[in-house]
Write a protein that binds this ligand. Structure first.
Ligand code: BEZ
Ligand code: FE
Length: 290
């Protein structure tokens, strides 16, 4: 391995990898190919290389248990969404980014339960069915749901909100239904006070995401789904900072004055301020073997 040159260095590096795990070796070889090709193609300068290292160092410095700037970098470069899309099985509801604001162990909410409590904002009735890809309703599917308050902040970003405000878990009924009342989430910015924020500003981009409801949906024997639902009238639908929007995840917040005809009884039915919105979305899971 003497006298490597701009071409032979790539094979030289790859020949050093002797992994027990074939997949890891393949991923490393392909990474070296890609990064070396990038460097040859762009004729990356020392100053530019140093800037990349300094950027990654700043990302490491700001990363802690609460905040991961590398995940955010992956998000704003569309990498997280690409990983979602290449792993989204045909026939299932499309997946979308998890984001950094999920908290495990949200309290269980009965079907038709209320998340509005004292939260200000437009009131929304959300309901639907979890089904298998053959159309069969899935009883006992577990959902986790989380969202921002009307001020665009998640409970873990806002000292004014209780720990599990606007978060819950639900288990579908025998007919696969889930449903709850909540307030309309607001658009918000991804954390922009670190190196990723600097990158966005330096590239003429803004940090806004369209408003959304987050869901994790799981059922025994089926592939788990992490996804988000977006309102069709959100101003940021076509410029999501993290590229999470999919056409199939956009829905209408229907203005409504009565709950009659809905398949679920809602605990807050008599307290809702009319007009409110209804949001209907059915999730589809595919078998785990898919
Ligand atoms: C979110 O949806 O909560 C989110 C996703 C990616 C980056 C930041 C926030
Ligand atoms: Fe979010």
């Amino acid at each position: 391995m003497r006298n490597v040159n701009t071409q032979s260095v790539t094979a030289a590096v790859k020949s050093t990898f002797k992994c027990d795990n074939e997949r890891i070796e393949y991923l490393l070889n392909t990474l070296v190919d890609t990064v070396h090709n990038y460097t040859r193609e762009t004729k990356l300068t020392h100053a530019e290389w140093r800037e990349v290292i300094a950027f990654l160092t700043r990302a490491g410095d700001i990363t802690d248990n609460e905040r991961n700037e590398f995940v955010l970098l992956s998000d704003v470069l569309g990498l997280s969404s690409l990983v979602d899309m290449v792993n989204s099985p045909a026939g299932a509801t499309e997946s979308s980014v998890l984001g950094p604001f999920h908290i495990a162990d949200s309290p269980a909410l009965p079907i038709g339960g209320d998340l509005i409590g004292d939260n200000p904002g437009d009131q929304v009735v959300v309901y639907g069915t979890v089904r298998a890809s053959d159309g069969k309703p899935l009883a006992g599917a577990d959902l986790e749901i989380w969202q921002t308050a009307d001020n665009g902040l998640y409970s873990n970003q806002d000292a004014q909100q209780s720990e599990f405000n606007l978060r819950c878990s639900q288990t579908t009924r025998a007919d696969g239904q889930y449903g709850f009342t909540t307030v309309r989430p607001a658009p918000y910015t991804v954390p922009a006070d670190g190196p990723v924020g600097t990158l966005l500003a330096a590239t003429g981009r803004h940090p806004w995401r369209p408003s959304h409801l987050h869901f994790i949906v799981k059922a025994d024997g089926y592939r788990s789904l992490v996804t988000e639902l977006f309102p069709e009238d959100d101003p940021y639908l076509d410029e999501d900072a993290v590229f999470g929007v999919r056409e199939s995840l956009i829905l209408r917040y229907e203005t409504c004055e009565s709950l009659s005809g809905l398949p679920i009884t809602f605990a807050a039915a008599n307290r809702l301020k009319s007009p409110f919105y209804t949001v209907h979305f059915d999730f589809t899971l595919v078998p785990a073997t898919t």
